[in-house]
Design a protein around this ligand. Structure first.
Ligand code: SF4
Length: 359
């Protein structure tokens, strides 16, 4: 890199040491120079090649219930959103869907819902046990539950658990989550790690009251906790929530999200990073661009369209009617980018050196 200036010095340091301080991250996040931004994306892409290679892991997503006991201010699934028509899939429906996804050749099935206690731990454990016989990895994304429940599902064969912190800024967390506790959520993460799950976290970018300091802290915490998966998506306001009126700046939010993603790739090296749906909602082609900024995971949504249209965390999410066509399109897009759609389970290649999640 021939350019000079503070930001270019930081990019050189990032390339050399694959690390930055929180203050240094703030400087890069705040830089609006397009050449600096493009160089950061290029660097993240190079590190992605070095640490996780050309494979893009495909995870089949099923959103099986939109009931939620919580009231997060930004989320359309929040308990107090009376406008949302609620649904629950039966366990048999879920199994049949998992079977169809496995037949498409996908090797990970992600079971996601709001925090819905109507599904008891034992029934879910039986379902996981059945799905594991399809020769797939099972990832759960169903919120905060009791340690014994996490243990039961792990024993039944669950491989991964996604539980996004959304922000590591305590004050911001408290503002956005009126009925959730910052430390309790982290304690869940610690339990999951101890049980041997691959553990996922993540954040939202462009939240009201969020500062660049907050975002830089998120990135440092992702590194410190050494998460196996990290979902980074822009905040997209939902009019049916208390944050629905927030002024949005799609282009700025989009670029900032890509910068957070790129920095996370370099600092965490081997974590699996999805090209999140919200990026594609914000800007057409956003998910594709994310694959050039450090992302190595894509999660096609296999939820039947009549349910998907009610899983509205935020508005504007595209709904696919035909899986086969959609999957074909996704694979073509991956090929166009010179990448390879993985046929493996998509486990993390190896772990970094974070210590926070271990006792
Ligand atoms: S973010 Fe998760 S826990 Fe919060 S309301 Fe939405 S689905 Fe429920």
């Amino acid at each position: 890199m021939r350019n000079s200036g503070k930001e270019w010095d930081l990019l050189n340091k990032l390339d050399r040491e694959e690390n930055l301080t929180q203050e240094e991250i703030v400087i890069l996040l705040g830089c609006r120079d397009r050449k600096v931004e493009e160089q950061l994306f290029y660097l993240a892409d190079e590190k992605r090649k070095k640490y996780v290679g050309e494979e893009v892991h495909l995870r089949g997503l099923v959103e099986f219930s939109n009931f939620c006991r919580r009231n997060c201010l930004y989320c359309g699934l929040r308990r107090d959103n009376r406008k949302l028509k609620r649904y629950r899939m039966s366990l048999e429906e879920l199994y049949n869907l998992a079977e169809k996804i496995a037949l498409q050749g996908l090797k990970t099935i992600v079971l996601q819902s709001g925090e819905d206690l109507a599904y008891d731990a034992k029934s879910l454990a039986s379902l996981i046990h059945r799905i594991k016989k399809l020769d797939v990895a099972v990832a759960l994304s169903i919120g905060e539950r009791e340690p014994w429940e996490y243990a039961l599902w792990r024993d039944a064969g669950a491989d991964r658990y996604l539980l996004k912190q959304e922000t590591f800024d305590r004050e911001l967390f408290a503002k956005l989550h009126p009925d959730d506790d910052f430390d309790q959520r982290l304690e869940c993460q610690r339990t999951l790690k101890e049980l041997g799950y691959e553990v996922g976290s993540g954040n939202m970018v462009g939240l009201p009251y969020q500062t660049l300091q907050s975002l830089a802290l998120d990135i440092k915490k992702f590194q410190e906790w050494d998460f196996d998966m990290i979902g980074i998506g822009p905040f997209v306001p939902n009019p049916d929530t208390p944050l629905g009126e927030e002024v949005s700046n799609p282009e700025g939010k989009y670029l900032l999200t890509l910068k957070v993603l790129a920095l996370t790739r370099v600092l965490t090296k081997t974590s699996n990073l999805p090209a999140t749906t919200a990026l594609g909602t914000l800007i057409p082609g956003g998910r594709e661009k994310a694959l050039s900024c450090g992302a190595n995971v894509f999660m096609p949504n296999f939820t039947p369209s009549f349910y998907q249209s009610r899983y509205i965390i935020y508005p504007g999410k595209g709904i696919e009617e035909s899986w086969e066509n959609y999957l074909l399109e996704v694979k073509k897009m991956i090929e166009r980018k010179g990448r390879v759609a993985s046929t493996g389970y998509g486990n993390r290649v190896s772990s970094g050196s974070g210590e926070a999640g271990r006792r």
